[in-house]
Design a protein. Structure first.
Length: 241
């Protein structure tokens, strides 16, 4: 279907208003509420990422403590072997002590290498944790700002205000030609939607399907005055202006 971009937005609004009417909706959802919900979701994602970053730090810090504990035990073992060697005269005993001392020193060298790697890793992980912590703080401030805006919008919203949805529908229909309305009603009769948004350049707002890459590309590159259809549900898709 061909339709100039501004009229496409009118048709999208008509499609959504008709569905609101069918659902018995009387009051529009405040945009500030949507922004608050988005901010809260972003805050939760930031908290999850920060928790994962902290967990990574904790894991490596525990590794460092384990390595240091093992090192202390091995150094004590190496000292004990050395002390016993100074008093041992039996060749077999001395051979076992020398072997054990060599094994302890070899393992200590390995642990020192592991410890150095862990210290290098913990530095980067702590920086990453701090970055995520800062993002959590930013997200929390965004939530608070969005909450204040939502509360202010609620206070300014007229008490008991109701939408005259029938008048809105009539006004929107009056902006569209008969041919466009007929095609819209035909598609709406098929799937109950008719027209929806092409979200984030990949998802049909009607059926919520993530479309295949080739189809996404075709929709994105279609002429601005054309409304491509979703291959899954058939709804006409309006691209964001």
């Amino acid at each position: 279907m061909k339709l100039e971009p501004k009229k496409q937005q009118v048709l999208l609004e008509l499609s959504r208003t008709l569905r609101l009417s069918a659902a018995g909706a009387q009051a529009p959802e405040l945009p500030e509420k949507t922004e608050l919900e988005k901010a809260e979701q972003a805050h939760k994602r930031a908290l999850d990422a920060a928790a994962a970053a902290q967990m990574a730090v904790d894991d490596v810090e525990n590794d460092i403590l384990r390595i240091q504990s093992d090192e202390r035990k091995l150094r004590k073992r190496e000292r004990d072997d050395k002390q016993q060697l100074s008093a041992a005269t039996d060749p077999d005993v001395r051979r076992e002590l020398e072997h054990d001392r060599y094994a302890a020193k070899s393992r200590i060298a390995d642990l020192m290498s592991e410890l150095q790697e862990a210290h290098n890793e913990i530095h980067a992980l702590r920086n990453n944790r701090d970055v995520h912590g800062a993002r959590v703080d930013d997200a929390a401030r965004a939530v608070e700002t969005a909450r204040r805006a939502f509360e202010a919008a609620q206070e300014s919203e007229p008490v008991g205000a109701e939408r005259d949805i029938d008048a809105e529908i009539a006004e929107l229909r009056g902006q569209l030609d008969d041919e466009t309305l007929a095609e819209f009603e035909r598609q709406r009769a098929e799937n109950g939607v008719g027209v929806e948004e092409f979200k984030a350049g990949k998802t049909c707002g009607s059926c919520s399907m993530v479309l295949p890459p080739a189809e996404r590309s075709a929709i994105s590159n279609a002429p601005k005055n054309e409304m491509p259809q979703c291959s899954d549900c058939g709804s006409y898709l309006v691209r964001p202006v």
